[in-house]
Design a protein around this ligand. Structure first.
Ligand code: ATP
Length: 825
């Protein structure tokens, strides 16, 4: 952005107000340029050094300034050998004679490197430091070497060539040869030189090359700050190209070469053992069985399809009330078969080994560039993402690797890279890198595994990044929050959840309350109204689409929860499992009364696909039953699944979040969204299309899962398969809210405050529903007056609380009030 603005300024007003102001940026550039020019001048003067120019040094430097007035000085100046005249002669004399002889050439080189670094604002400061150190040490060693050759009497070579050592080199040479003798000094010097070379070339060769390449290759793009990034991408692309070519050559050869070129870091690719076999046998076995079922299904389908719309849309409610309840009836139910789901074609994770090795290599190289050495890389390919577990060398800080997230993404030219540091329970860091080609995880391969698990409410979500089927238990969560931007795979995820439960449960064990404000996503499930749906008798919708109905449905579920708690308390058990055990055992079954009938409680799963719509229209009102259900409903087998594409704080409020500890995040747009859902970053890095992070309740870190894909055709086939079977005669009803109102009215009568009638008269007379009015007029304490106002609300005399304002008085006249009071007494 900032850059854009800068360009605009230049175009619009070339001589703007700021034109002559030297900005800090310009100052830095000027310093850089100055350093480069100085380095060039010194360089030229050193390489054109001549010992004959020394004769002029009998003059002071200030005398040389009289070059125009004094003839002698003038003559001297024109006879100077140095390319840069008298100035060059002085400078070169200083460097060559007083420092390291000809090897003082390293000084202008170092000044040039720093000038370039400053000018380009490069991130090569570190490299520049290394280079400078290397050059100074090398030059000093070589100059000392020649110093030793000159000084040592036994060798006494190159005596007159003081330009090879300079005074400094000669001094060091003298010192060394006194200490170690000539031969000893030479051995020490040669060894030191070798050590320096090994350290530098082993260590930073690549960085130095990049640096040099940058100096000579990037002239045109001088101004662009992202030049180095471009170079890096190019470099990486070249590497990838090269590796692709290599891939085409013989595989064995490639393996050998790779083995040879990776001496330090061990790369292990974890190959999944044929764990999928049991799934296949499960997939194949039911085939025989299913043929016969298919025939039944087809027969009954044709029979029923003509009645279909009529049946679903119109139910004679009067007739229905006379029918037996679901718990009094037993149905012949065939669970849906696996062949309703699409057979996975080639789901087995087939990421090319060379791709894995290439990424591992690039990862290693990239980290090495930043001085992070890796001991070990373990590669675990998954359906969509591959996990590279890296074990850094001792002493490497984790935070340094984490901060390189963007650099790694750049190097691998990939999006959706996530770093897990450290992997929980392991002393390794995980880098998740998306595969070049993602595999689709089919619903069939995960639903087939449901038979192997014993979870109460199993949810087959998909496959982990190591390719294992991931099944979790909703009963243990006990509620779940799902969020993700539009198109990230939420609806597919919800369909997977619903179908996992349908495949593993009998209709007598499980009911759904489905709230779908988007109206189309979950409409197929309407066909399950005689099997798997729980409906409110007060509502006309089976799949609830309007926000006002959603509120009523949630209140009905809340009322069901209260009733269930009463039943549990009555027979002294603590949860639904124990209750059902007692009720199903004829010996321990409690006796029914008129008010309380005992029957097997099915689990009730409330699914809300777009919480934002409800929160916007009903806000606090809808938050209340949701929070209450979330806090209490677990023990009585009621579980909530809330989904939203708007993970903002006014949708996922503190109250909701506090009660939903299991969370699923699909891809979201920003880190803030990710933090709203998961309380941590990560979801913004996901790839979409079912790539998700699942945070089980109480876990510190989420698990990355590729959601299984179930198509609408598959869902339709499943719902049709169940729909054509004869279900229960009557739908499963939640308790009616009218009944609840009647019940509270009765409670009210039995519990009215003795001052109720008098309070009602005061309120109606003053037409002001305030607690303080009652306190003043009737001399009541605050809490008693507040309770009476609540009772007045329940009796329909005043309206609901409006915060700090007085309540509205519904009853307008005292005559009207008397009628109400009479009906209450
Ligand atoms: N698990 C998956 N595997 C492969 N593709 C998927 C998966 N889940 C979703 N997709 C693809 O992404 C598309 C969008 O998915 P979906 O409709 O579930 O998104 P959504 O989050 O519900 O969007 P919206 O909020 O707009 O309804 C699907 O049509 C499908 O093509």
């Amino acid at each position: 952005m900032a850059k854009k603005i800068k360009i605009k300024e230049k175009v619009d007003s070339p001589i703007g107000d700021n034109f002559f102001i030297i900005s800090p940026e310009k100052k830095v550039k000027l310093v850089g340029l100055l350093l480069i020019v100085i380095s060039l001048l010194i360089f030229l003067s050193i390489i054109s050094y001549s010992r004959y120019d020394e004769s002029y040094f009998s003059y002071n430097f200030s005398d040389q300034l009289n070059v125009l007035s004094q003839d002698e000085v003038k003559e001297n100046a024109s006879a100077t050998h140095n390319w840069l005249g008298i100035f060059g002669a002085y400078v070169s004399h200083f460097f060559v004679v007083s420092t390291l002889g000809y090897f003082s050439i390293v000084f202008p080189i170092i000044i040039f490197i720093w000038g370039y670094t400053v000018l380009k604002k490069e991130k090569f400061y570190k490299v520049s430091i290394y280079l400078s150190n290397f050059l100074i040490i090398s030059a000093t060693l070589v100059a000392t070497f020649f110093g030793v050759l000159q000084y040592t009497p036994e060798i006494s070579l190159l005596k007159d060539y003081y330009e090879l050592s300079g005074n400094l080199g000669f001094f060091f040479g003298k010192l060394l040869s006194h200490l170690l003798g000539g031969l000893g000094s030479l051995i020490v010097l040669v060894t030191s030189m070798l050590i320096t070379l090994i350290i530098v070339f082993d260590f930073k060769l690549e960085s130095i090359l990049t640096f040099i390449k940058n100096i000579f290759g990037g002239k045109e793009e001088d101004e662009k700050d992202d030049q180095s990034k471009k170079d890096l991408i190019e470099e990486n692309l070249n590497k990838i190209k090269k590796l692709r070519e290599e891939k085409n050559s013989k595989k064995n050869e490639e393996d050998e070469i790779q083995e040879k070129t990776e001496p330090e870091t061990k790369i292990t690719i974890v190959k999944k053992d044929e764990d999928e076999k049991p799934i296949q046998s499960i997939l194949e076995n039911p085939k025989e069985e299913s043929k016969t079922k298919k025939i039944d299904f087809k027969k009954s389908e044709s029979k029923k399809s003509s009645e279909e719309s009529e049946d679903i849309d119109f139910i004679d409610k009067e007739k229905e009330t006379a029918l037996p309840n679901q718990w009094e009836e037993e149905i012949q139910y065939e669970p849906p078969t696996l062949d309703l789901l699409i057979q996975p074609e080639d789901e087995e994770v087939k990421v090319h080994e060379s791709e894995l090795k290439r990424n591992a290599e690039l990862l290693k190289e990239k980290l090495a560039l930043f001085d992070i050495q890796i001991d070990d890389i373990t590669v675990t390919p998954g359906p969509v993402v591959t996990l590279y577990e890296i074990v850094p060398s001792p002493g490497v800080k984790i935070s340094r690797i984490v901060s390189l997230e963007h650099d790694i993404a750049l190097a691998l030219a990939a999006r959706g890279i996530r770093i897990i540091a450290p992997i929980p329970g392991k002393s390794a860091i995980g880098v998740e890198i998306p595969n070049a080609k993602a595999a689709i995880v089919r619903a069939r391969s995960v639903i087939a595994k449901l038979k192997d698990v014993k979870e109460e409410l199993p949810l087959a979500l998909g496959k982990t990044i190591s390719g294992d089927v991931y099944i979790t238990d909703l009963a243990k969560m006990p509620h779940m929050l799902i969020a993700g931007s539009t198109g990230s795979g939420k609806s597919v995820g919800i369909n997977m959840i619903i179908n996992s439960l349908i495949y593993s449960k009998h209709p007598s064990d499980l009911k759904f309350v489905i709230i779908d404000p988007k109206k189309i996503e979950l409409s197929f499930y309407k066909k399950l109204n005689k099997h798997f749906l729980a409906v409110s008798p007060d509502l006309d919708e089976e799949i609830i689409t309007s926000p006002s109905n959603a509120l009523l449905a949630l209140k009905a579920v809340e009322y069901e929860m209260e009733k269930r708690y009463d039943k549990l308390a009555k027979i002294g058990v603590r949860n639904i499992v124990d209750y059902n055990k007692k009720v199903l055992n004829p010996k321990s079954r409690p006796k029914d009364t008129d008010e309380m009938k005992h029957y097997k409680m099915p689990y009730i799963i409330v699914i809300i696909d777009e919480l934002a719509d409800l929160m916007i229209t009903s806000g606090k009102e809808v938050e209340e039953p949701i929070a209450r259900l979330a806090q209490l409903a677990r023990a009585v087998g009621i579980h909530l699944i809330l989904a939203t594409q708007r993970p903002s704080v006014n949708v996922l409020t503190g109250v909701i979040k506090a009660n939903f500890s299991a969370r699923i995040a699909y891809q979201v747009a920003t880190k803030i969204d990710s933090r709203t859902i998961l309380d941590m970053n990560g979801a913004e890095q996901l790839l979409g299309q079912g790539d998700m992070l699942f945070l089980p309740a109480g876990m510190p870190k989420p698990i990355r899962i590729q959601n299984a894909f179930i198509s609408t055709e598959e869902v339709e086939r499943i719902t049709n398969f169940i729909y054509v079977q004869k279900g229960y005669s009557k739908r499963f009803f939640l308790p009616s809210l009218y009944d609840k109102r009647k019940e509270t009215a009765n409670n009210l009568l039995s519990d009215l405050d003795p001052m109720f009638e008098e309070a009602a008269r005061v309120i109606v007379k003053h037409q002001q529903g305030s607690v303080s009015l009652l306190q003043r007029k009737l001399k009541l304490g605050y809490s008693r007056a507040a309770r009476i106002v609540d009772q007045l609300e329940q009796a329909g005399i005043v309206g609901p609380s409006e915060g700090s304002k007085a309540r509205e008085v519904i009853v307008e006249s005292e005559e009207q009030l008397e009628t109400i009071l009479r009906s209450l007494s």
